[in-house]
Design a protein around this ligand. Structure first.
Ligand SMILES: Nc1nc2c(ncn2[C@@H]2O[C@H](COP(=O)(O)OP(=O)(O)O)[C@@H](O)[C@H]2O)c(=O)[nH]1
Ligand SMILES: [Mg+2]
Length: 317
């Protein structure tokens, strides 16, 4: 891909294959992907970025597919990024059948991309953020990111979003688990999916009670049957309303600040990881410290402290 000043026109224009090709470059942290984002980034910030998170099996993929169908029915354009950090084990991103189906039938108004963490050294949140910017620049007004909201990557990905939807389901056992997991704290909207199953009412009651006790700011608590599309229009309305609220109150600025911070730090972590992988053999300073640790002249903690000091001294002064 040739990155030039007219990239934005080509991206939003007739060059059909450009977006998927750029997406792959960005996903792989390819230098020309980074160059494309440098050109495109000033044009981003228009899209509403929605994170859909929750434990595996809660029905996130099914819900996102139902959201896509509903959005497409009203002729709005939507892009979906499904991040599956667990797929290191299965060797490919595990997606709901319905998302896979949408991927096959993708029309111009829908863009779907699944990302696996396979072979990625950290940096999953960084790559996801890059994709979000690309889709934003391409003119998608709504970008939905499905992610398992745990671990550093999961948390970083959730903090990229303007609106976070936490998906919960009665068949995952005790809702108290969810309350304790910290997942709910990041949710602007909490949705109890699988409302067709026993225990859904109880889960709703528990969640509402939990928020009455601990939260000052109450998220919206909704329910859905993703497999039947029940509750999906209400969810979409709540998502839109949240964006309007963010805009009207100025909260959006704070969110974007948080997202930028999270993205830069995720990128920094990934870059440091890569440098250490590539260059650790060549650093005499590192080699010296390592042999001192091996020789029992210095504790591992002291070595780490010294190195952290070297890396961060200019940041903290
Ligand atoms: N009964 C019922 N099953 C559902 C519902 N939504 C999703 N499922 C099922 O739950 C399982 C996990 O769904 P999936 O979307 O892959 O969950 P994810 O891991 O959170 O993305 C699948 O077998 C879905 O068919 C629902 O509303 N009701
Ligand atoms: Mg899924």
């Amino acid at each position: 891909v040739v990155v030039s000043d007219d990239l934005i026109f080509r991206l939003r224009g007739a060059e059909q294959r450009l977006l998927p090709r750029l997406a792959t470059l960005v996903e792989n942290d390819d230098p020309s992907g980074l160059e494309a984002l440098r050109v495109l980034y000033p044009l981003t910030g228009r899209a509403h970025v929605v994170g859909v998170t929750g434990r595996p099996g809660a029905g996130k993929s099914t819900l996102v597919a139902a959201m896509m169908e509903c959005i497409r029915a009203s002729d709005r354009r939507v892009a979906v990024i499904a991040v599956d950090p667990s797929s290191t084990l299965t060797g490919g991103a595990v997606l709901g059948d319905r998302i896979r189906m949408m991927e096959r039938h993708a029309d111009d108004g829908v863009f779907v991309r699944s990302m696996a963490s396979r072979g990625r050294q950290g940096g999953l949140a960084w790559a996801t953020a890059g994709l979000v910017h690309l889709l934003d620049a391409a003119g998608y007004p709504l970008v939905v990111v499905e992610t398992v909201g745990t671990g550093q990557d999961g948390t970083d990905i959730a903090s990229l979003a303007d609106t976070v939807v936490v998906v919960e389901a009665p068949d995952l056992g005790d809702s108290v688990q969810t309350v304790k997991s910290g997942l709910l704290e990041i949710g602007d909207i909490v949705i109890v999916n699988k409302a067709d199953q026993p225990g859904a009412d109880e889960a709703l009651r528990l969640l509402r009670a939990a928020f009455d006790l601990v939260q000052s700011r109450e998220p919206q608590i909704l329910s859905a049957v993703a497999t039947a599309g029940v509750g999906v229009p209400t969810l979409l309305a709540a998502i839109d309303a949240h964006f309007e609220w963010l805009t009207a109150t100025g909260q959006l600025v704070a969110r974007r600040e948080r997202a930028a911070r999270s993205e830069v730090l995720a990128g920094l972590r990934a870059a440091i990881d890569r440098r250490l992988e590539d260059g650790s053999d060549r650093s005499p300073e590192l080699a010296r410290l390592i042999s001192q640790v091996a020789g029992r002249e210095m504790s591992p903690g002291e070595a780490v402290e010294t190195l952290t000091g070297l890396l961060t001294s200019s940041l903290n002064s």
